[in-house]
Ligand binder design. Structure first.
Ligand code: DGI
Length: 153
């Protein structure tokens, strides 16, 4: 993989879908210059979310987190580009909206940690694990934008 093909999982959570923020989220990732290589709307199962949030199983908020994440459709995406994992976390902002800077997605569109609109993988290894949970390989599309030479070199 060349340095501009790092990938990350981004998901508009049920509150973000209900609040019609799908387009806003896609707009921010597109205008930054990242490439969308996978996209779907789904009603996530408890099984998928248990795998996705395996590291949080012992947290006191775990059952309410799963209840919320299964309360309605989620829009899952895979974005590709140079340093996209770290850049996505910066676009998304702090986990707690009270700490998220204005200009970030959470800082602009959320108030409470239990309804923070969006997910983005927190490491390259985490991203690989999460992408394989949420997407089949056949659902990811390799394509090169005609603007590639303007965004890279
Ligand atoms: O990677 P993040 O989503 O930024 O954060 P995380 O992996 O630590 O936690 C996953 C989600 O769990 C987070 O987006 C919101 C929820 N969460 C995390 N900490 C708390 C929490 N929910 C509640 N109610 N209270 C928490 O302390």
């Amino acid at each position: 993989l060349s340095s501009d093909t790092e990938r990350t999982l981004v998901a508009v959570k049920p509150d973000g879908v209900q609040r019609r923020l799908i387009g806003e989220v896609i707009k921010r990732f597109e205008q930054r210059g990242f490439r969308l290589v996978g996209l779907k709307m789904l009603q996530a199962s408890d099984k998928l979310l248990a795998q996705h949030y395996v590291s949080l199983q012992r947290k006191p908020f775990y059952s309410s987190l799963l209840y919320y994440m299964t309360s309605g459709p989620i829009v899952a995406m895979v974005w590709e580009g140079h340093n996209v994992v770290r850049s996505s976390r910066m676009l998304v902002g702090d986990t707690d909206p009270a700490e998220a800077a204005p200009g970030t997605i959470r800082g602009d569109f959320s108030v409470h940690i239990s309804r923070n609109v969006i997910h983005a993988s927190d490491s390259v290894e985490g991203a690989e694990r999460e992408i394989s949970l949420w997407f089949h390989r056949s659902e990811l599309i390799d394509w090169e934008g005609c603007d590639h030479k303007n965004i890279y070199h």
